[in-house]
Design a protein around this ligand. Structure first.
Ligand code: R5P
Length: 299
């Protein structure tokens, strides 16, 4: 029997694109929101003894989690053999320590909860910073994929003489890999976060790169303050407008508009979260790894 793919609202395009790339059926489920904002989940397709893939990217996770939980519980109740959660962006990864007394380390509870209702997980570039592996918090098998190869390919094809810039030490893991694959130099800056919308970034030394195009690479663009601060420093030191590349287009509130107005030349993201800035397609990467995970799970 073919695997069957369900998607939560907002994930239909990437789910269809994944399904086209291997022999999977699109499953039908209806998630209806009642006027009081409780949800009604109805599974239309037959899932008995099927390997089920559920695609749900987890930005704004609080508003999605219950529907996802109900859907997965229902799929199991109706006989699904296994549930593989494909979450191209995995939320709640940044709250990985008690930054202030009394704060709850939510990434752990989030991971524990997800691990109770799906059998395995695939994601792309989760924010692994103080933690080295998802296994430290998820008790289900997980596969972490990386967008670096696709990002480097985009840079090679679109930017002449790039200098890759990581806005903070956490970004070094992505930036060094992207730079190596793109055959470009790189610089990593220092960041101090003073508040949700307040960051200070060190001034890059672009002396040797004035004829290059700066390409900022980060995993998440949320408030975009990290990118905006860095673009601000670069505007005055280099001739070409900076290109901002984020794996995950979270873009909270007016962040995208703010970044467009900041002087960024181009804003480019992967389609781990559907957004107008998506230019790098991760569906093939996901499809390949979903297929191999299903085979591994059988053995
Ligand atoms: C965290 O350090 C991440 O790597 C990003 O730099 C951060 O999430 C960006 O956040 P914002 O867009 O809110 O500055």
């Amino acid at each position: 029997m073919k695997p069957i793919i369900f998607s939560l609202p907002g994930n239909e395009n990437i789910a269809n694109s994944i399904a086209e790339k291997f022999d999977a059926q699109i499953g039908e489920a209806v998630i209806h929101q009642f006027p009081d904002e409780e949800s009604c989940v109805k599974i239309v397709s037959d899932v008995k003894l099927r390997d089920v893939i559920v695609v749900c990217t987890l930005h704004h996770p609080d508003s999605k989690l219950l529907s996802l939980y109900f859907l997965c519980r229902g799929l199991k109740e109706f006989g699904a053999n296994s549930i593989l959660l494909v979450s191209p962006y995995l939320g709640y990864m940044r709250q990985d320590k008690r930054f202030n007394p009394g704060e709850v380390i939510t990434s752990e509870y989030f991971a524990k909860f997800i691990s109770t209702f799906v059998d395995s997980l695939i994601t792309i570039d989760p924010h692994l910073h103080r933690r080295l592996s998802l296994d430290e918090i998820y008790s289900i098998p997980s596969k972490v994929l990386h967008a670096s190869e696709l990002i480097s390919k985009w840079i090679k094809e679109n930017i002449k003489k790039p200098i890759i810039i990581g806005p903070d030490s956490e970004s070094e893991q992505w930036v060094s890999e992207v730079a190596k694959r793109a055959g470009a130099p790189f610089e990593v800056l220092q960041k101090i976060r003073l508040g949700d919308h307040d960051v200070k970034i060190s001034v890059p030394n672009m002396k040797n790169y004035i004829d290059h195009t700066p390409v900022l690479v980060d995993d998440i663009i949320s408030t975009a303050r990290t990118m905006i601060e860095t673009v601000g420093h670069l505007k005055n030191t280099i001739m070409n407008a900076p290109v901002c590349i984020g794996v995950h287009a979270v873009f909270a509130g007016n962040a995208y508009q703010d970044l467009c107005l900041s002087g960024a030349g181009q804003i480019v993201t992967c389609n781990t979260i559907e957004h107008i800035s998506n230019k790098i397609d991760v569906s093939e990467l996901l499809a390949k790894n979903i297929q191999s995970t299903l085979i591994e799970n059988k053995n």
